[in-house]
Design a protein around this ligand. Structure first.
Ligand SMILES: [Mg+2]
Length: 184
């Protein structure tokens, strides 16, 4: 299968890293569990929107972002089993080089630039399945849908768009196996 995989908060723990950075730089006391809406800025009522997203523009930030547990192991397994993996990210162009070098290619060295698609319109991309934590990316699109559970998407009814909610990468693997079988 052609498997499309979101980067932020699926392959890596972006929200956790932003929260940690902002707490250290701006003296806030926010936990990643406080981020219960897609709009991250709502969890930081005392900061401007610019401040909230400032870590992404700090060159040293991307090496601080941790990979999602199990993601590399499961991706390697899926590649070994013959699936094609494409990372599909809405990353902004200003941050791309650092983000790719210090985060994606560092923790997932078996993924190369030819397997990265940068777009904010993921529903334009052709693939068998998309794994994403963003409800807007799973609304529409011709792919099957796996919603990666995060505090900011818990109020979203994934069944309304025909998506399956998973909580970790082992569950992703199980779902891919089921979908792959149905594909045969
Ligand atoms: Mg994401």
């Amino acid at each position: 299968m052609v498997i499309l995989v979101d980067m932020d908060d699926v392959l890596e723990q972006l929200v956790e890293a932003i929260v940690k950075y902002n707490n250290a730089h701006y003296g806030t006391d926010v936990s990643a569990y406080d981020v219960v809406e897609w709009n991250l800025a709502r969890a930081f009522p005392t900061l401007t929107r610019e401040m909230v997203y400032s870590p992404e523009y700090d060159e040293d930030f991307w090496s601080e972002v941790e990979p999602m547990p199990g993601a590399d192991k499961v991706l390697r397994r899926l590649i070994d089993e013959g699936h094609d993996i494409y990372v599909v990210t809405a990353s902004t162009y200003e941050t791309l080089r650092q983000k790719m070098d210090d985060l994606l290619f560092r923790w997932f060295p078996f993924i190369d630039w030819k397997h990265v698609i940068v777009t904010s319109n993921k529903h334009m991309i052709k693939g068998d399945v998309l794994i994403d934590d963003g409800p807007h990316n799973l609304t529409g699109g011709s792919y099957r849908k796996i919603l990666f559970d995060r505090p900011h998407n818990r109020s979203f009814d994934e069944k309304s768009v025909g998506a399956v909610r998973v909580h970790d990468w082992e569950e992703i693997y199980e779902q891919i196996c089921i979908m792959s079988k149905n594909n045969e």
